[in-house]
Design a binder for this molecule. Structure first.
Ligand code: SF4
Length: 72
C-alpha cells in the first residue's frame, strides 16, 4: 500500500530556509531531528517510508525539505 519507499532518492533540509519549527521532527522522527543550532536535519534518510517523508515535506511551513538524487 503506502510502502512506496524508493531507494534512488533521499531527502534533505535546506537549512538556510529552515525556521526550526520542529514540525517535520514531530511528523517523521525516524528521519528528521533537530541539531544543536535549532535547525532540522535528515539523520536517517531511509528511516521511514517515502509517504512519511512526503508528509513531513507537506507540513513544513517554508517548504525547505527537498529530494536529491542519492547518486552524486
Ligand atoms: S518543518 Fe521545515 S521549517 Fe520546520 S523544522 Fe522541519 S525543515 Fe525546518
Amino acid at each position: 500500500m503506502a510502502e512506496t519507499k524508493k531507494n534512488n532518492r533521499i531527502s534533505y533540509v535546506d537549512q538556510n530556509e529552515c525556521t526550526g519549527c520542529e514540525a517535520c521532527v514531530v511528523e517523521t522522527p525516524k528521519v528528521f531531528r533537530m541539531t544543536s543550532d535549532g535547525l532540522s536535519e535528515v539523520y536517517n534518510p531511509q528511516g521511514d517510508t517515502e509517504q512519511k517523508i512526503l508528509d513531513a515535506m507537506q507540513c513544513c511551513p517554508v517548504s525547505c525539505i527537498h529530494w536529491q538524487d542519492e547518486r552524486k
